[in-house]
Ligand binder design. Structure first.
Ligand code: NAD
Length: 684
């Protein structure tokens, strides 16, 4: 069957696009559209044309297979122009999700009829782009600059109901879209076409300052991202230039974004996030285990978040604490979290009630006898994990999956406490667990393939981005983060200040610098973690100041003082004279002569240290691919998406340059931590 075909219903032509699975706008689709429209134009019997798609969706967007290749004619903007200039009215009959180019095609049509479940959107901003086939010029002409900017800059799809209220959909079909579109077609025969062509419309004026306000708003809220600013430029063009010149401007802005490092980085992440759940050595057809009920051990910060996360995804959750008081506290925390969502209008009371009903509590391990999976989120101590895993291994079914949320502990050892180690793996959530996207799936030596496959499926079901990690101290994310914190800690005893390091790292694009993060999470947590390590495993000099602060009960925001002072609450930390003195005194004790440290050195030391550790993680086979590391960093640690993650950043800077810098620090800072990984050398 051909990709684009024509059928007739009396005087109405239906052009059907049939390019499974999502009707991507391939060259064949573009060509077919043009040919069929031309055929309809020359056929006097035809009075209205409907563009309709077979399968589950209207055209979902550009054809990924054509990405990065020289564009093939006819180009999409030209096809849309032909649709818009058609001498016979064209109706786009939209169902499923019409994103990007798909929505732009619908905007080229003179009328739009939507299935009631349809969604449309322009998600290009997520790839560091803007719509490049007239979307930025037609949409504001249809619904005004404000609403158009909202849709284009957020990249989020809108529903058919919203589309109708904005004036995007002319009619909504409740049942049979094609039939309803044909009936709609009969009502528009003879209407003037000129006023239906968006290219002929003018844009409603917005307040003078509106675009400037948006520029500064995006500079804060979408700090570092270029595409949202380019989208505002395109909106400005829509409001000040003719349609033709506006399209030209859109093209210039589109080309600039497409050729930018940011877009390359964001496109890299787009594919990386789709690849990370694939495990190279596991057969995809391995049957997964059926998971309906999940037990969570520990109802603290992480346990409560994990329970919410599973209840949100439709699982039954059983929360276990040793004492009733702790259980009550955890359940209260969960209830308050849901109530907050209701107050903010994010959830209905009804849904909240159902989710709360799905979560029950117990203090008795025997109640776990029928659960399908257990996730342990108790204290970070091997003795605690040992007693819990022995107990859950005793009470649960033989096919129950046993997971730990440990941040640093050896999951192979944890597995060894159980009767069936192949059922054990790590599921490392990030805080807050119900919000943060990342899930590190820690594969132990003995984890069974079906356990991993099941974990992958669950990851998708709970809406997370999953990355598989092997067992090592801190897995992928925290292990690299330790290298980053180590260099930050060394930099302050060598001569920088926490404020300087934090400022430079924030300018690099991280949401917050390493010392502000320490204050946020609590300096005591790192100290406890290091206390369990052998001194050979970390650089003591880098954390001497941290330990001194903890000794003085400066634990961070929770004690109103850490690296910074928080006289007015946690929102803003002020530099502390006392901390400055502690740092200077520490430098002296360590025999370090303080020196001026450049911003470039701060970025290189913190980021390249992380990159080098990432490279070692690849060498050791802990991560499957460099892009997985980027997924971890952009989804769990706030690494700027527009830089594509640490490994992509290194590639874009040039591996050779990174290796040279690391070799240099090996000489100046010392070779203990600055040994260039052979993986990096190979890349260079
Ligand atoms: P938390 O102190 O907030 O909560 C731990 C809970 O476990 C407490 O409510 C405690 O009463 C309970 N508990 C302790 N021993 C228990 C036992 N034997 N049986 C049942 N319940 C028990 O700690 P948290 O921050 O939620 O961390 C939990 C785990 O998650 C740790 O392994 C930690 O390393 C890991 N983790 C924490 C974070 C984070 O940001 N907090 C992030 C990722 C992973």
């Amino acid at each position: 069957m051909s990709t684009v075909r024509l059928s007739k219903y009396e005087n109405i032509a239906v052009i059907t696009i049939d390019n499974p699975p999502v009707n991507a706008i391939s060259q064949a689709v573009r060509q077919g559209l043009v040919e069929n429209i031309q055929q309809c134009e020359t056929n006097d019997d035809i009075q209205v044309i409907i563009i309709h798609c077979a399968g589950r969706t209207f055209m979902a967007g550009a054809d990924i297979k054509e990405f990065g290749k020289p564009p093939l004619e006819p180009h999409l903007p030209d096809v849309i122009n032909i649709i818009e200039q058609s001498t016979k009215p064209i109706i786009a009959a939209v169902h499923g999700t019409a994103l990007g180019g798909g929505f732009e095609v619908a905007l080229g049509a003179q009328y739009r009829v939507f299935d009631k479940t349809a969604k449309v959107g322009l998600p290009e901003v997520n790839l560091g782009l803007l719509p490049g086939a007239g979307g930025t010029q037609r949409l504001p002409r249809l619904i005004g600059i404000e609403a158009a900017l909202d849709i284009i800059s957020s990249g989020k799809p809108i529903t058919a109901t919203k589309a109708q209220s904005l004036g995007i959909a002319d009619a909504i079909s409740d049942d049979d879209l094609l039939n309803d579109a044909i009936n709609f077609a009969k009502t528009i025969i003879g209407n003037s076409l000129d006023e239906r062509r968006l290219c002929n419309q003018s844009v409603d004026a917005v307040s003078e300052n509106f675009l400037d306000q948006k520029r500064s708003e995006f500079a804060k809220r979408r700090r570092g991202f270029e595409a949202p600013q380019a989208i505002i430029d395109a909106m400005e063009a829509a409001s000040t230039l003719s349609f033709k010149d506006g399209l030209k401007r859109e093209r210039e802005l589109f080309e600039k974004c497409r050729n930018s490092d940011q877009s390359e980085a964001q496109r890299h992440l787009f594919f990386a996030e789709r690849t990370s759940l694939k495990i190279d050595d596991i057969d995809k057809t391995v049957p997964v285990r059926n998971i309906e009920t999940v037990a969570v051990i520990g109802a603290g910060t992480m346990g409560a978040g994990i329970a919410i996360c599973f209840a949100d995804a439709g699982y039954k959750v059983l929360l276990l604490e040793l004492r009733q008081a702790a259980l009550d506290l955890g359940l209260k925390r969960i209830k308050e979290n849901y109530e907050g969502s209701v107050q903010k209008g994010r959830l209905s009371e009804e849904i909240t009630k159902a989710r709360l009903n799905a979560i029950s509590g117990t203090t008795n391990y025997n109640d776990l006898s029928n659960v399908d999976m257990v996730i342990e989120a108790a204290f970070e101590k091997m003795e605690v994990k040992e007693s819990i895993f022995k107990e859950i291994s005793r009470v649960t079914k033989d096919d129950c999956i046993l997971a730990t949320n440990t941040s640093f502990l050896d999951v192979n050892m944890i597995a060894s406490f159980t009767k069936i180690p192949k059922n054990v793996l790590g599921l490392h959530f990030f805080s807050p667990a119900n919000i943060m996207k990342l899930l590190e799936i820690v594969r132990c030596d003995k984890t069974a393939p079906d356990v991993l496959q099941t974990a992958m499926q669950i990851t998708k079901k709970i809406g997370k981005v999953g990355v598989v990690s092997g067992v090592c101290h801190g897995f992928i994310g925290n292990r690299m983060y330790q290298a980053y914190q180590r260099e930050a800690g060394l930099l302050i005893v060598e001569g920088a200040t926490p404020t300087q390091v934090d400022k430079v790292i924030k300018e690099f694009g991280m949401p917050i610098g390493p010392f502000a993060v320490g204050d946020l999470t609590g300096l005591d947590i790192g100290c406890h973690m290091r206390a369990a390590l052998d001194k050979s495993q970390y650089e003591e000099k880098a954390f001497t100041v941290h330990s001194k602060l903890v000794d003085q009960n400066r634990l961070g925001q929770k004690s109103n003082a850490g690296f910074y002072d928080y006289p007015n609450g946690p929102r803003k930390g002020d530099p502390s004279k006392l901390v400055e003195n502690i740092i200077i005194e520490t430098s002296k004790e360590l025999g370090i002569i303080r020196r001026d440290i450049t911003d470039q050195e701060i970025v290189e030391r913190c980021i390249y240290a992380m990159v080098n550790e990432g490279a070692r993680i690849l060498e050791e086979g802990i991560a499957q691919r460099p892009s997985d590391i980027d997924v971890v960093y952009c989804n769990g640690y706030g690494f700027p998406r527009w830089r594509g993650g640490p490994m992509k950043y290194a590639q874009m800077i040039g591996f050779e340059k990174v290796v040279d810098a690391i070799d240099g620090y090996s000489k100046t800072v010392g070779p203990r931590w600055w040994k260039t990984s052979s993986w990096l050398k190979d890349q260079a």
